[in-house]
Ligand binder design. Structure first.
Ligand code: PHE
Length: 340
């Protein structure tokens, strides 16, 4: 019997070595280790042996069983690895295929326009100053001479965080921040940034857009300084030789208030779609800083004066590049963005 057992071990290990796939392995397992397998049968027949031979045989048979089971596991693992290697090889990447190049991006048209504006004002001695998008009612309205219930507030509906906190409707609250920080020095800054308004989105109006606020405070600053600055800006930005037109306007935080237009850069006064056949393009609201606002900023209006303006950013870009819909700016359509 022991002889037979060792014969079986040899034979089964030899067959196992020749196994090449999962099916054959399962077949092998059934043949030797399965319920009706050769080894199992042999173990069952232990009862036929004389009593004194049984323990030795039982022990030997168990050792063979353990050896076969271990050999089975090793083989199964080997097959798994071989299968994985084969899969990797079949699905292998062809690294000789030329890649699809990812072109370098470029600056968004708004960023480009902002940088042009910074450069022009930097040449005129204006520093760039930033102030927060989330503002208080106090800074966005009250300190700009718009107490609660002031009718001018209707021009600027916005998104409220709570009763006192809102998303700024213009960059003008930055005027107060700069004044309070720089007093008693004279001021010459621009304040670029995003503004928010709760309004219907149309081809000409978005609920988020950029503005660049300008503020100059000093001794003896007058309306001619403001007009000269805006004229210079228009010439440098649009390359226009054309004239600037000043209209009177109203803002609670400037007195007097104006709006500035330039000759239409598309038709030069002939009248076209872009200027709505008026021959003029609006570029900003502006004016002399209101005495109450100067005072709120810490500057004595008897001694100091100043001008402020609020330039749009997308609008001037639309005029410069003949873009007829403001919604295109933030839709992230690369066909549009790549053109600039
Ligand atoms: N803040 C004004 C607006 O958003 C523009 C403005 C700025 C007017 C500064 C006068 C002075 O409409």
């Amino acid at each position: 019997m022991l002889e037979q057992l060792s014969q079986l071990e040899k034979e089964s290990l030899a067959t196992l070595a020749a196994v090449e796939n999962g099916d054959a392995l399962a077949e092998w397992n059934k043949r030797y280790l399965g319920k009706k397998g050769a080894l199992t049968q042999m173990l069952r027949s232990v009862g036929q042996l004389p009593k004194e031979e049984r323990p030795a045989f039982g022990q030997a048979a168990n050792e063979v069983k353990m050896a076969l089971e271990a050999a089975y596991e090793t083989k199964a693992e080997e097959l798994r690895l071989a299968e994985m290697a084969q899969e990797l090889e079949q699905g292998a990447l062809d690294v000789t295929l030329p890649g699809r190049p990812i072109g370098p991006g470029h600056l968004h048209i708004t960023t480009q326009t902002l940088r042009q504006i910074y450069a022009i004002f930097a040449q005129m001695g204006f520093q760039v100053y930033e102030s927060p998008d989330v503002e208080t009612d106090e800074l966005n309205f009250e300190l700009l001479n718009m107490p609660p219930h002031h009718p001018a507030r209707d021009m600027w509906d916005t998104f409220w965080v709570n009763d006192q906190v809102l998303l700024r409707t213009h960059t003008s609250p930055g005027q107060i921040r700069v004044m309070r920080e720089q007093y008693p020095d004279p001021i010459r800054v621009i304040l670029p940034g995003k503004c928010y308004r709760y309004e219907q989105i149309t081809a000409r109006a978005e609920h988020q857009f950029y503005q660049v606020e300008g503020l100059a405070v000093g001794h003896g600053i007058s309306m001619t300084d403001l007009i000269g600055t805006l004229t210079e800006f228009a010439h440098r930005f649009y390359g226009a030789e054309g004239r600037i037109r000043i209209r009177s306007s109203y803002f609670p935080f400037t007195e007097p208030s104006i709006e500035a237009d330039i000759d239409c850069i598309i038709c030069h006064g002939e009248g076209c779609r872009v200027c709505k056949y008026s021959g003029w393009l609006e570029i900003c609201g502006a004016g002399m800083v209101h005495p109450v606002v100067l005072e709120n900023g810490g500057y004595d209006p008897e001694e100091w004066s100043g001008f402020a303006f609020g330039l749009g950013v997308e609008r001037p870009a639309m005029l410069k590049y003949d873009i007829d819909d403001i919604r295109l700016f933030y839709e992230n359509d690369l066909r549009f963005l790549r053109q600039f």
